[in-house]
Design a protein around this ligand. Structure first.
Ligand code: GLV
Length: 331
């Protein structure tokens, strides 16, 4: 163990399961704001640090890496998705990037199912209705929605979270079809060769892809037009997967039944955004991994990744492992 305490920047107050580990071993500057640091704040705060523990809302690009200077050895992201980090730039500079996969799979899958049910059975409309004092009698025509049991679920991206959603869907007697960019075999689920084939067949579409330039707007106007009129789109992955303007249009025109979104583009969604005026759109504020246990687990994993690299050990979850065996530029 090193005697000198490394300087690190933690871009937000994170659960104590992780923060206490970092504070026990490092001189940590912690961003205390309720709002994430701006890009300029990041550039200022990371100067001279050896490690950055950041969140998915922090854009860590080459400018931030350069501002940190040659001391920087690790960017530890407290999330499974790391599309906020310029990994290629970090690799060029010999900086390890890590994430927290696995730890949030089941919790995120739970939310995907919760959103599917909420949209299908119009839960937020029902809650608003009761709160507004409109519940006068049992009504045979009130808030009719769609069945989930027995329906077809189309999963886009059959990785860890996609599979966890498929397992849950079987409990609802759903038929599961999926599209994955590389071929994979998943027991109890049927692959579809194209995204549009999946769109035509599914009653529910749930997105479970990583964010990247290749997956940007993978759900576009053409996809939405191929979906069934009573279909529901669920997104717990990344807002950038969906062309938001096309989704607003599809929901307004009744081309699809509903959408349920944990992630949006832009994010956060401004209160005046057209999506929020649509009764057939449920939006929650990117809480896929937000159970107490899971947020504690991913905070601890992020701290363990950080400290491993600062101690000169391989971290549990490197995103660019090639950096671990390479000489650092300039060393
Ligand atoms: C959440 O969106 C994550 O990537 O962990």
């Amino acid at each position: 163990m090193r005697l000198v305490r490394p300087q690190v920047f933690v871009s937000r107050r994170i659960p104590p399961e992780g923060l206490d580990i970092v504070l026990g071993r490092c001189d940590a500057r912690i961003w205390e704001g309720e709002i994430p640091p701006t890009h300029d704040d990041l550039i200022r705060e990371v100067r001279g640090t050896e490690g950055i523990l950041c969140l998915l809302s922090d854009r860590v690009d080459d400018e931030v890496l350069a501002a940190a200077g040659p001391s920087l050895r690790i960017v530890s992201v407290m999330a499974v998705g790391y599309d906020n980090v310029d990994v290629a730039a970090a690799t060029r500079r010999g900086i390890v990037v890590t994430n927290t996969p696995g730890a949030l799979t089941e919790t995120t899958a739970d939310l995907a199912v919760a959103l599917m049910l909420a949209a299908a059975r119009r839960l937020s409309e029902g809650v608003d209705f009761v709160r507004a004092g409109q519940w006068k009698a049992w009504d045979p025509l009130l808030l009719l929605g769609e069945d989930v049991h027995g329906a077809t679920l189309g999963i886009v991206g059959m990785g860890r979270i996609g599979r966890a959603v498929a397992r849950r869907a079987h409990g609802f007697d759903m038929r599961v079809i999926y599209f994955n960019r590389s071929p994979v075999v998943v027991e109890g689920a049927e692959p579809r060769e194209s995204l549009l084939d999946l769109a035509r067949e599914a009653d529910y579409v749930s997105l479970h892809l990583p964010g990247s330039p290749e997956t940007r707007h993978i759900i576009n106007r053409e996809f939405l037009h191929c979906m069934k009129r009573n279909a529901v789109l669920v997104n717990t992955a990344r807002g950038s997967h969906v062309d938001t303007a096309a989704l607003v249009e599809a929901l307004r025109e009744g081309r699809i039944r509903a959408a349920a979104l944990d992630v949006t583009d832009p994010e956060p969604l401004p209160p005046s955004h057209p999506l929020l005026e649509l009764p057939n759109c449920v939006v929650v504020p990117h809480i896929g991994s937000a159970s107490r246990a899971t947020r504690g687990r991913i905070a601890r994993l992020a701290a363990e990744n950080l400290l491993a690299v600062l101690d000169g050990r391989p971290p549990p979850h490197p995103v660019n492992p090639e950096v671990l065996n390479a000489d650092r530029p300039g060393s």
